[in-house]
Ligand binder design. Structure first.
Ligand code: ADP
Ligand code: MG
Length: 336
């Protein structure tokens, strides 16, 4: 028996299987990178549900020409300082999205930093890096991903129809847009602009993204308990859906899909919603960085809370009190 290390390309393909499940996962990684780069404007282009073409354009800090090969190399990141996995403020930190995408698809990055005279571009095809060359481009970064999974035919077979894949992409974009109302978002689907969100207030952003909800159907929520701070908007019980798509949870500015929080929302609404019906709930939880571990899953959407019971109690209590206040029930003290 001979034991030998896997090639870098194989390692990237294995990671791609985990990190890049489908077009929506690519969209998530690219938009998160744009947000981490401090972009104030993000444009997303999707063709054929993102299967043929995903392009994300931002006006963030850009990538230096000399750093482009590192950006597409495994475990290279500009975001983790002194290998500190506790105090993570950025959405990314694992340095594996771009190399994984580069292994599974055709990847092109065009980027320009403020101090540079021109933009530079780098391409990766089936894991092979094509050296950087000067290119035309605005300040910021443009990432193009084509023919997703052409290098992973087994995975390509599992893709659903373009419509289903597009809907998943849209859901991810809605989540990211709601968690960052201070950033403008444009979504172009097969050449047609379908979403155009200016920088706006938290509430206006929710109303713009969920066009089926009206102003008076949203109840504001704002509670503290020790180090935990919960704010956001929840829907009056009359607004409810058959899916949890309207539930958006943001923990320390990171959109997550955490089962503990999801369950707490369900319990909070138990008295007022039938089984199988779900509210719209956009919840922002802030807590000290050492009270939550984001390094649980490659997609970073699941969390481990140091004090899960406190998080659960805060969400359930806040929802119940807010619903009571929203319904005009007297004698409810929101501070208690
Ligand atoms: P991570 O986000 O975990 O660091 P990625 O593979 O997503 O890993 O990105 C690698 C690096 O490329 C990032 O750390 C960052 O320095 C750079 N980068 C990627 N996308 C952008 C972008 N849109 N703007 C500026 N820099 C970027
Ligand atoms: Mg990233």
């Amino acid at each position: 028996m001979i034991i030998r290390p896997l090639s870098e390309h194989t390692v990237n393909l294995i990671a791609a299987g985990e990190v890049i499940e489908r077009p929506a996962a690519v969209v998530k990684e690219l938009v998160e990178n744009a947000l981490d780069a401090g972009a104030g404007r993000i444009e997303i282009n999707l063709d054929n549900g993102g299967i043929d073409h995903i392009q994300v354009i931002d006006n963030g800090c850009g990538i230096e020409a000399a750093d482009l090969p590192l950006a597409v190399s495994r475990h290279c990141t500009s975001k983790l300082f002194e290998d500190d996995l506790v105090n993570i403020k950025t959405l990314g930190f694992r340095g594996e999205a771009l190399p994984s995408i580069g292994a599974a698809a055709r990847l092109k990055i065009i980027s320009r930093v403020k101090s540079a005279e021109s933009a530079w571009q780098i391409s990766v095809e089936g894991g092979k890096i094509i050296n950087p060359s000067p290119a035309a481009g605005q300040m910021g970064t443009q990432v193009v991903v084509e023919d997703l999974f052409y290098a992973l035919p087994a995975r390509r077979k599992f893709l659903k129809t373009a419509r289903v894949e597009y809907n998943r992409c849209e859901m991810i974009i809605q989540r990211l847009a709601i968690s960052h109302p201070d950033v403008s978002f444009t979504l172009i689907k097969d050449g047609k602009t379908v979403l155009n969100l200016p920088i706006q207030s938290q509430k206006d952003r929710i109303l713009a993204v969920f066009s089926d909800i009206h102003d008076e159907e949203l109840i504001m929520l704002n509670f503290d308990r020790g180090d935990l701070k919960l704010s956001g908007f929840i829907s009056a019980p009359s607004v409810n859906r058959a899916t949890t798509n309207g539930q958006i949870m943001v923990v320390n500015d990171r959109p997550v899909a955490d089962p503990v929080m999801q369950m707490a929302i369900r319990v909070g609404y138990r008295q007022v919603l039938e089984k199988g019906r779900y509210p719209v709930a956009v919840l922002f939880l802030q807590l000290p960085l050492d009270q939550v571990d984001v390094n649980v899953h490659p997609a970073k959407t699941e969390l481990r809370f140091a004090d899960e019971a406190a998080v659960r109690a805060l969400i359930i209590g806040s929802i119940q009190k807010s619903l009571a206040i929203g319904a005009g029930v007297a004698n409810v003290n929101p501070e208690s």
